[in-house]
Design a protein. Structure first.
Length: 110
């Protein structure tokens, strides 16, 4: 079944395009999350120098949120790296493709 699906060139091309779109969207999401973490760290630094109780409490709460966001960013990056590695393992080498092509029956012209 899988070989039949792989034989449909347009389906393979469509799958490749969709995979590229999904990876691009994941990269953009990771970038947004990283900017959010960076902005939160800058705000925490500003609040540390505020030296008021309210500023310190807000900085503590924000630090917890930033740490959680850092974990999400790291998890998303790890997930994307794993997906890219698994995608690379699925690609056939040129030798495998040539063997598969050469093993097919060739029609004889009558």
């Amino acid at each position: 079944m899988i070989t039949w699906i792989k034989s449909l060139g347009w389906l393979v091309a469509l799958g490749t395009i969709l995979t590229a779109i999904v990876f691009a969207m994941a990269g953009l999401k990771s970038g947004r999350q990283q900017r959010k973490v960076d902005d939160g760290e800058v705000l925490i630094e500003r609040l540390k120098y505020d030296k008021t109780m309210k500023g310190i409490k807000v900085a503590e709460k924000l630090q917890v949120k930033v740490d959680a966001s850092k974990k999400k960013v790291l998890a998303a990056d790890k997930k994307m790296e794993d997906a890219l590695e698994s995608l690379g393992e699925g690609n056939a080498s040129m030798d495998v493709i040539a063997d598969r092509f050469n093993s097919k029956r060739v029609r004889r012209e009558a």
